[in-house]
Design a binder for this molecule. Sequence first.
Ligand SMILES: Cc1cc2nc3c(=O)[nH]c(=O)nc-3n(C[C@H](O)[C@H](O)[C@H](O)COP(=O)(O)O)c2cc1C
Length: 191
Amino acid sequence: MKVLVVMAHPRRDSLTGQVADAVVSGLADAGHGTELADLYGEGFDPLIFPPDEPDWEDEGKVYSGAVRAEIERLRRNEGIVLVFPIWWWSFPAIMKGWIDRVWNKDVAYGSRALSHRRALAVGLSASDAETYAKRDYDKAIETQIVTGVFEFCGISDGRFAYLHRSTDGGDRPAEMIAEARELGRTFADGL
Ligand SMILES: Cc1cc2nc3c(=O)[nH]c(=O)nc-3n(C[C@H](O)[C@H](O)[C@H](O)COP(=O)(O)O)c2cc1C
């Protein structure tokens, strides 16, 4: 399967970047083709301007060139993995904006849907699982991303994986990288 791995972090050599690389390498171990989209590195502009606003009365709107290129990259892959640090219990703004602009009306919802066979969101978080459960942040984030984005856009097989305690130091970064590689290696299991 061809899988698009999308990462959002201001530093390519961040732990998030290393986790994205580990996902890519696990996918490759399992025989999948990959493309890595480094949203910051590519200078993706997350702001919607009128050319990329949905037109509720026109199913044939032609979006900006930048968005058309992203749609093409999205569609030439059958799987998708989003890798990002959890910022304020959500996506970093650049990834939210990538979804706002690219997963657009009549591309990902409306008259058309996405046809990816599986989608996985990998969120790095400083807090632990108990902190997320205590305030239902885990349910809120998963509902927002797996139900509100993946399922809403036609991807019924959507999952969320947390890599918690990302700022603990010690052995934790190496453990997270190993977990990420395994997430890549097993990404398409059961399909
Ligand atoms: C703006 C900002 C907001 C953050 N919000 C959260 C949060 O809501 N929950 C959480 O567990 N960690 C939060 N963090 C911690 C990040 O998730 C953590 O810095 C990241 O996972 C570490 O990975 P990195 O070294 O690749 O940046 C936040 C960090 C920043 C910079």
